[in-house]
Ligand binder design. Structure first.
Ligand SMILES: NC(=O)c1ccc[n+]([C@@H]2O[C@H](COP(=O)([O-])OP(=O)(O)OC[C@H]3O[C@@H](n4cnc5c(N)ncnc54)[C@H](OP(=O)(O)O)[C@@H]3O)[C@@H](O)[C@H]2O)c1
Length: 249
């Protein structure tokens, strides 16, 4: 087993949903967590919750699209705690719409946050892990990184990109630098993700879906992250495909 107690983790998109739940679980497992996002009020509340449970957290204001903000946040965490052992590349968004609606701002935003943002954070953290000759990077893909769904074309493209990048990264840094890489591909999780859908039809569809089946909770995904982080040091849980039992597609 890998002991994650006392290890330092950075979780992006920690202000809600899967990221907040993951930060909480990692802290409960004894890790010191850097909690990063744009909404620092939410991060302060999360920090209070973590501290109340005996954990340790550092609030980091970070826009993953802005490389300077990412670099500053990573530096702040490394200076506070001395290393970065676990990175959870989780920040992302999913504004669904059909392509013929040409919501191109949303297309670009998804590419910027889900792909370029993840690359920005990886580029900032990876040199430190290489220097340490250890580390574990989790990349948040999705079932949409394995299959394509109508209305999710651009989102699927970004999550396929994350899956491809993740596997390539694993091959390049595993043997050479002793860094583990895990790609996470959840089905439907009850979070704020669906609140950002501006297309009325898809928004209604997602609300109806939530009434038809029991979604996963952020904590379900967080548990799998802790499981993979705790695997023996020679084991890389390279993929986690986690589905609600009732999601039959
Ligand atoms: N919910 C699902 O069904 C599901 C399924 C598969 C995969 N996922 C993936 O899981 C990840 C987390 O999503 P979630 O479901 O937990 O949704 P969520 O509750 O909406 O959380 C998204 C997080 O991303 C952060 N974020 C967005 N843009 C950002 C930016 N520019 N810079 C920094 N942080 C940013 C948000 O923080 P701020 O707004 O405070 O910056 C928020 O903390 C995403 O990558 C999503 O694609 C979700």
């Amino acid at each position: 087993m890998t002991n994650i107690s006392g290890r330092v983790a950075l979780v992006t998109g920690a202000s809600s949903g899967i990221g907040a739940a993951t930060a909480l679980k990692l802290a409960e497992a004894g890790a010191k967590v850097g909690i990063a996002a744009r909404r620092t009020d939410k991060l302060e509340s999360l920090k209070s919750e973590i501290v109340a449970k005996g954990g340790e957290a550092l609030v980091i204001a970070m826009d993953v699209v802005d490389a300077a903000s990412v670099e500053a946040g990573v530096k702040k965490l490394a200076e506070a705690y001395g290393s970065i052992d676990v990175l959870v590349n989780n920040a992302g968004l999913m504004p669904l719409s059909d392509l013929d609606q040409f919501k191109t701002d949303e297309w670009h935003r998804m590419v910027d946050v889900n792909v370029k943002g993840l690359l920005n954070v990886t580029a900032a953290v990876l040199p430190r892990m290489i220097e340490q000759h250890s580390g574990h990077i989790f990349n948040m893909s999705s079932i949409a990184g394995r299959k394509v769904f109508k209305g999710l074309s651009v989102y699927c493209a970004t999550k396929h990109a994350v899956a491809a990048f993740s596997d390539g990264l694993r091959m390049e840094v595993g043997q050479k630098h002793n860094i583990r890489v895990t790609c996470i591909q959840p089905g439907a999780v009850a979070t704020e993700l669906y609140d950002h859908i501006t297309d009325a039809g898809y928004r209604k569809q997602m609300d109806e879906l939530a009434n038809q089946m029991t979604f996963l909770q952020g904590s379900d995904i967080a548990e799998t992250i802790v499981f993979a982080a705790r695997a023996p040091s020679h084991v890389d849980v390279a993929e986690l495909f986690v589905m609600p039992v009732e999601q039959g597609w």
